[in-house]
Design a protein around this ligand. Structure first.
Ligand code: SAH
Length: 416
């Protein structure tokens, strides 16, 4: 026990000291404890002074301030910039099978009681830090539960997490999609495949008035952009009789919803032919007429310019590009990208029409995004009014202490 640290012994009751004697301990550098005290769940490499004891990747460590005060308990991740991801800020809470059972059951119970989810069977069940489980993402598509374990700590507790998931979602197909880049940063290999049951083909979810096909084996994320559910619902109101452009359509989510609401015409624009093939299939399963729809496989940066030259007009334009900024070094370039597509898109909106413009880059903060879109309007010679800020749905909760979880932001604008 490191009794050489002032205050260390004072900070512990005798009983607690006994239970954690064997726990390896991370000591922070002086002055690096403020974010943990505010319950931000990440400890960066640069904040760590030393690790006392032995810890394998994913092992539970106690985190102490430089003066020895106990701060939190989390998962050690030696290859990641985020060296510790916190499981608990309660000194009396053990990290064991029961811990994961409690957290998973709580997360799943919250979704079951969530009024925003009443009309869908596609939902996020566990949203990482937002559900007190850093590195754990679980999505449900009808009878299929797809999980991603994205941190060393999640991987370490794999069996406990799976046991809890099986208990919380009895009888479902269980599919692993632990293949995000985040795994590599945590020193983990990618893993995917069925654990329980057989995947239905096709896999279809209901979202309000429409159904969507989901490809959880090859699709983006775990198969579908569940985070846009509440924003797609805006199409019920805006899509009626409208000429709709759904740019960066992926499998056509916004567009199909607009068409179901009675859109006059729809352009589904995406660079991926595979995604557009699914977008086309979405029409058939919804009994929608393909005659009102153009599926265009093109680079949006070019297509938007051409459409502008051809003086095409739309009443509603949705811009939902991929993450342009994945690291601070890409901020300048990404900002230019966002500005460019917004500028081009604004040139296509009929007077009085709507622009729904999104960014899923966590590093582009809401204020900056608003400024980018405002600058684009200035250059496009259009006046914009901001009608709503948009964000991910209620099944993507964000810890109030960890704003990094709030990556998706959007602006609903009236274009004059
Ligand atoms: N709005 C969608 C999600 C969009 S994901 C939904 O609600 O489901 C981003 C999409 O942008 C991907 O499908 C990707 O293929 C597409 N994309 C990426 N770069 C592109 C480009 N330069 N031009 C057109 N589409 C692009």
């Amino acid at each position: 026990m490191p009794t050489d640290i002032p205050g260390y012994t004072r900070a512990l009751t005798a009983a607690r000291a006994e239970t954690i004697m064997g726990t390896p301990t991370v000591i922070l550098r002086p002055g690096r404890d403020a974010s943990l005290r505010r319950r931000h769940p990440w400890v960066f490499n640069g904040a760590v002074a030393t690790l006392r004891g032995q810890a394998a990747p994913g092992d539970t460590v106690d985190v102490h301030a430089a003066d020895g005060q106990w701060l939190a308990r989390g998962a050690w991740s030696p290859s990641s910039q985020i060296r510790v991801r916190i499981w608990t800020f309660d000194p009396d809470e053990a990290v064991d099978e029961d811990f994961f059972m409690r957290r998973i059951l709580r997360a799943v119970a919250q979704r079951a009681a969530d009024p925003w989810l009443a009309l869908t069977d596609g939902r996020r069940l566990v949203n990482g830090e937002g559900d007190g489980l850093p590195g754990v993402v679980v999505d449900q598509y009808a009878g299929v539960v797809v999980f991603q374990f994205l941190s060393a700590g999640a991987e370490r507790w794999r069996e406990a997490l799976l046991q809890a998931l099986r208990a919380a979602t009895a009888g479902e197909v269980l599919y692993e999609r632990s293949d995000s880049d985040a795994r590599g940063r945590e020193g983990l290999q990618t893993q995917r495949g069925v654990l329980d049951g057989t995947l239905p083909d096709p896999l279809v979810i209901v979202e309000g008035p429409v159904s969507y096909r989901v490809d959880c084996e090859q699709g983006h994320k775990t198969g579908f952009y569940l985070d846009q559910r509440e924003n797609r619902a805006l199409m019920d109101l805006l899509g009626r009789d409208a000429r709709v452009l759904n740019a960066f359509a992926y499998t056509g989510g916004f567009g199909v919803r607009a068409l179901a609401a009675g859109a006059q015409s729809l352009v589904q624009l995406d660079a991926s032919a595979d995604a557009l093939a699914i977008a086309r299939a979405q029409l058939a399963i919804n009994g929608l007429d393909e005659q009102r729809v153009e599926h265009i496989c093109a680079n949006a940066f070019q297509w938007l310019r051409e459409a502008r030259r051809e003086r095409r007009r739309f009443d509603v334009v949705v811009l939902d590009p991929p993450k342009f900024v994945a690291a601070s070094s890409q901020l300048k370039r990404g900002t230019r990208g966002y500005k460019d597509i917004n500028l081009q898109a604004l040139g296509l909106v009929a007077p009085g029409g709507w622009l729904l413009s999104f960014s899923c880059s966590g590093l582009v903060e809401p204020r900056l995004f608003q400024k980018i879109v405002a600058d684009a309007a200035l250059d496009a010679g259009r006046e914009l009014t901001l009608v709503r800020w948009l964000h991910a749905g209620s099944d993507h909760p964000v810890s109030a202490a960890c704003p990094e979880g709030q990556y998706l932001k959007g602006l609903l604008c009236r274009v004059h």
